[in-house]
Design a protein around this ligand. Sequence first.
Ligand code: APR
Length: 235
Amino acid sequence: MKNIVVLTGAGISAESGIQTFRDSNGLWENYRVEDVANYDSFDKDAELVTKFYNARRRQLTTAMPNEGHKQLVRLEKDFNVTIVTQNIDDLHERAGSKNVIHLHGELTKACSVDDKEEIYNIGYHDITPFDVDKNGKMLRPFIVWFGEAVPMIEPAIEKIQQADYLIIIGTSLVVYPAAGLRNYAPKNCRTYLIDPNKPQADLSNITFVQQKATIGVKQVVDEILAQMDDKDIAE
Ligand code: APR
């Protein structure tokens, strides 16, 4: 089977009611990014930062996967599909995607302030000041904050290096290392970018589909499935 890697950003969840970061109604207008998304802020004001992520997590209880998330699942019958997402929501999993790599962490997990590898599944529950790890240390949201290492970048690079198709959806491609992942795609990899707005990034060798995710993903999935030849099916 051929390999498809899908790189998603906040735009794929926009039509599920989860605000993007950098559009005019983006999240960081109400909360300055530097107030919430870095370890120093957490160190100074754990309550503010924890409350911010508790609110994001609660929002997941009402947000539903949209047609963009769902259409991607159709590809899994005929291709090895890996979703590499910058999103911290669980909408890809809830749509039915089986292989999801979260580059920037997951809202439904917490970890020890002392050890990010000590991870707890918390579902949609708030993190409170009373939640501690097995050594009595405070729990923090399992989020990769600005300035922190991105451990899942390595497995993501490995997948992209073997991609026959790369589908990029709803990301402004300004935050690294995620934005640089497409540079690891092999020369013959067919690359699509789906976004209602043209990103500033260089789009050479990329098929740009200027659509919202709910429309554009179906278009691209239909095209890839239609391109499948007998060899793809037999492999
Ligand atoms: N469908 C597809 N794309 C959309 C839609 C939609 N309905 N609505 C908006 N978009 C696009 C925007 O045009 C923009 O290009 O989604 C993109 C969102 O960009 P950002 O808000 O910058 O989000 P993202 O690229 O995921 O941010 C990367 O930055 O703040 C950090 O860690 C955070 O993971 C995040 C990272």
